[in-house]
Design a protein around this ligand. Structure first.
Ligand code: SF4
Ligand code: SF4
Length: 154
């Protein structure tokens, strides 16, 4: 710190002037939950499984998302039909262990998995933190026209 700064306490004066300048401006505090929070583009909220134009599930059960997950919170079980078509029987994300890093979404080769801007995830039992395939598809359906994180630049 220079001598001038030390003697005249310029940093304190600067801080005080900033305080005075902002003292009479409108506060920016958002009154949640009365006011809805605006999620920024690329926000990584609740996961969703997506469908194609025909309404079929996009997920091909490749398990790349589960392999990329650092928390090991994705479980996938698949089976094969008589025509050798792969079927995703179980797809579960345990949100209680999820760190919302988005690696699973980035790893998906067919954009079947996304992260929505839904952020109100608090609940009262452990069961509601377990997102089954059906629940994830429901999230995808209700967010299909809204912005979602798909693991690539917008
Ligand atoms: S967001 Fe991260 S921690 Fe959560 S399921 Fe995806 S990869 Fe796992
Ligand atoms: S969500 Fe994507 S990465 Fe995960 S199993 Fe389905 S297709 Fe593969």
């Amino acid at each position: 710190m220079s001598l001038v700064k030390k003697v005249f306490l310029t940093d304190i004066a600067k801080g005080m002037s900033l305080t005075l300048k902002t003292m009479f401006t409108k506060p920016v505090t958002r009154q949640y939950p009365t006011e809805e929070r605006i999620a920024e583009p690329g926000y990584r909220g609740l996961h969703a499984l997506l469908r194609d134009e025909e309404g079929n599930e996009k997920c091909i059960g490749c398990v790349l998302c589960a392999a990329a997950c650092p928390s090991r919170c994705i479980e996938i079980y698949t089976s094969e039909t008589e025509n050798h078509k792969k079927v995703v029987d179980v797809y579960e994300i345990n949100l209680l262990r999820c760190v919302f890093c988005g690696f699973c979404v980035e790893a998906c080769p067919v954009e079947a998995l996304a992260m929505t801007q839904e952020y109100e995830l608090a609940c009262y039992d452990r069961e509601c933190g377990l997102m089954t395939k059906e629940k994830l598809l429901e999230v995808g359906d209700r967010n299909q026209d809204k912005p979602m994180f798909l693991g690539r630049p917008d």
